[in-house]
Design a protein around this ligand. Sequence first.
Ligand code: 5AD
Ligand code: SF4
Length: 477
Amino acid sequence: MKDVRTDGQRKRVFIRTYGCQMNVYDSDRMADVLRPLGYALSESPEQADLVVLNTCHIRERASEKVYSELGRLRDLKLERRRDGADLTIAVAGCVAQAEGEEIVQRQPAVDIVVGPQAYHRLPELLARAARKSDERRFDGQRRPGAGVLDTEFPAESKFDHLPAPSEADVRAGSAFLSIQEGCDKFCTFCVVPYTRGAEYSRPAVAVLQEARSLVAAGAIELTLLGQNVNAWHGEGADGSTWGLARLIREIAEIEGLVRIRYTTSHPRDMDDALIAVHGDVPQLMPYLHLPVQSGSDRILDAMNRGHGRDHFRRLVDRLRGVRPDLALSSDFIVGFPGESDADFDDTMRLVDETGFASAYTFKYSRRPGTPGAALGDQLDESLKTARLAALQSLLGTQQRAFNDSKVGTIVPVLFAEAGRKPGQVLGKSPWLQSVYVEGDAGMIGSIVDVRLRAAYALSLTGEVVTGQSPSRFEAAA
Ligand code: 5AD
Ligand code: SF4
């Protein structure tokens, strides 16, 4: 990489990512934007010239974490300044979008606030921040308005301006591909429609091109991303309108691509064509994250989810009808305003009847500006805590049972990283379970058959099956 620093040193950026996989993808893209400016990735803020916090606004606790991290960065910046050097601090992501100027008010050490739709303009923002930093002479005092802000939703798509992905975007054979952003569904608890803006689908041609580049760069697994990924639609190469189902069928044609996943989907957008794809396309992994949030019709209605519990149950039955080994994962919120004991029991019953392989559970967090925040009958924290514990216990039992059910079978595992113990490697099964085996780093990035020996709450262990062709199993999955 070309060295652009006049003193002969390369610049370094440390990017900390909070929240969802969309942010993981965005962090990679920011690294791609910064690379031509001479920025290499650094392992810690202490070794960086620029620190980017890619933030999450979804729940209160996620937002608050950012401010404590900014406090630590401010101290680091002051230390640097005492030594005649500097540290540039940028806040990106959904907190940046939602709070904008307020961030600089609360933490004046921040140089740049950049929303998720403006990452392609980072070079310009950095240049402006560098000019400003001489004027600002930040000394720990409050100087409102000193940071450089860009939180608009530009009319042009940032995707048209971001550099094409490279080898750096493929980690151990796996890559994310953002195909859709934003949301128009306005669930009454959720900030996403306000922070990420209206639903936007990337054109099919651009998605297919990026998918091919990622596979050419070494990806054997692609995860298609979107806040509402199954709402994706676009004009296909043949001029007709494609939905996600058709897009997946086209992507599955790419030679060398072995695994396809997509996340996060909404039960309302699980159409017939998409259900059929789960039965027809072997590369599509038998795992689906399908957030349901609650099992109570009354609460689903108050959440503005646009469907009831029966719709969800029917979807699951149909998906399992075409792909019997499909593992389901979901998101649940407990303690939405007005949630009664009976409503919560409905959620427990839905979980019991459905059976989940994994799940994310949350206590309802009152987010300013959302309709849910204005509702009466907000629940006590202690009640939310008790319901969360009961739900987690049930889901934990189900996850363990699911892991147990795979013991003794041979499954293809995509190895991703070194395990916790020396001589161990960690990978993912088709059902996204963590699998540990004895092995060496040479296995990372490839799919190897593993006989599963033991199951635990959150992982499995096994041993590599020797003398087998890995791809044969995957194709038969
Ligand atoms: N409180 C609690 N959980 C929330 N989520 C979104 N907004 C809130 C909120 N205000 C959860 C939902 C969503 C996941 C990404 O985060 O379950 O599916
Ligand atoms: Fe938020 Fe609902 Fe949109 Fe998901 S569908 S991003 S929960 S508003």
